[in-house]
Design a protein around this ligand. Structure first.
Ligand code: ADP
Ligand code: MG
Length: 294
């Protein structure tokens, strides 16, 4: 990590520490946190997301089986693995869509994700991008971003002129980031598939999430769109933490190109098969056998 990235990660952790703990989240200390005294946990490890021993069964079939995962603040983590490995189910658990049979899931050291409703998870700073783009096709690109901003309770609470200007600046900045400045007035339905994916990412960015969960974000994109998406994600790391599930190994290569030690996690049959640098996991015999060799 570069000093800039470490600083951005530090700021993200500070923001996380200031988050109000939602009413239903017990503030139970995560097992990884060093309990300083009752109710106070040392978060100097910097994990923004911590999953431990998560198991999800569907009619006896274990979609997740003792899954452990720890993501540092500011980290961009790539997750790969064959179809059915449990990647989407993992995101369902983090966002409260699916309740695991066992295990724990923490956002920072105090927010117990397993006690939150799906509707509360976005409010604590977790944004999720599903596999299919879901933008409002009949609205313009600009209106889609405006709507996403209004969905943010913090922005809605403060309706002053100054903030209206700030909000315009924010929409402008996001339009720039997602390469859609020139398309701001077009209806979303007229965009290419890749542009729709960017718009949906832009809608998540309007809420300034601490953690972004991205499920196969470049599926169906052209090579050029895929490259631009990698550039975008690299600019987001640090200030945001990202968990990116993808099959496109060229894309994974681009996302890890800035740091040869950047961690990649391989899921298989509901648990972690391997974790390490891209070079490490690509050279791992078990990974080649179940995934890369196919
Ligand atoms: P991935 O995203 O890695 O391809 P999924 O998390 O979608 O994998 O699925 C993991 C396994 O769990 C698959 O075998 C899938 O069929 C199964 N599964 C996922 N959701 C359900 C569900 N709601 N009911 C039954 N089985 C499911
Ligand atoms: Mg999936």
């Amino acid at each position: 990590m570069t000093p800039q990235l470490m600083e951005a990660g530090r700021l993200a952790r500070e923001r996380l520490d200031r988050l109000p703990v939602p009413a239903r989240s017990g503030g139970r200390a995560a097992s990884y946190g060093r309990v300083v005294h009752e109710g106070v946990v040392d978060v100097s490890h910097g994990a923004i997301l911590y999953l431990e021993d998560i198991t999800v069964s569907f009619d006896g079939f274990k979609a997740l089986n003792g899954l452990d995962l720890s993501i540092s603040a500011g980290e961009l983590r790539c997750i790969i693995g064959p179809n059915g490995a449990g990647k989407t189910t993992m995101m369902d658990v983090i966002t409260g869509k699916t309740r695991p049979d066992a295990g724990s899931a923490f956002f920072g050291s105090t927010i117990d994700l397993l006690r939150l409703r799906e509707s509360q998870v976005a409010g604590i700073g977790i944004g999720r991008k599903f596999q299919k783009p879901s933008v409002f096709e009949q609205l313009t690109v600009f209106e889609n971003l405006e709507l996403a901003l209004k969905a943010d309770r913090r922005a809605r609470a403060a309706v002053t002129h100054k903030l209206a200007g700030e909000q315009l600046d924010r929409i402008g900045a996001v339009l720039q980031q997602i390469h859609l400045k020139a398309e701001a007035g077009r209806t979303a339905g007229a965009l290419s598939h890749g542009q729709k994916q960017w718009l949906e990412i832009g809608m998540l960015l309007m809420q300034d999430p601490l953690l972004l969960l991205l499920d196969e974000p470049v599926a169906g994109m052209t090579d050029e769109e895929t490259e631009r998406t990698a550039e975008l994600f690299l600019t987001l790391q640090g200030a945001h933490s990202l968990v990116v599930v993808e099959h496109d190994m060229k894309f994974i290569g681009a996302l890890t190109a800035d740091d040869p030690k950047k961690k990649v996690t391989v899921l298989h049959e509901g648990s972690v098969l391997a974790e390490g640098s891209l070079a490490d996991v690509q050279a791992n015999d078990k990974v080649v056998e179940v995934y890369l060799g196919r």
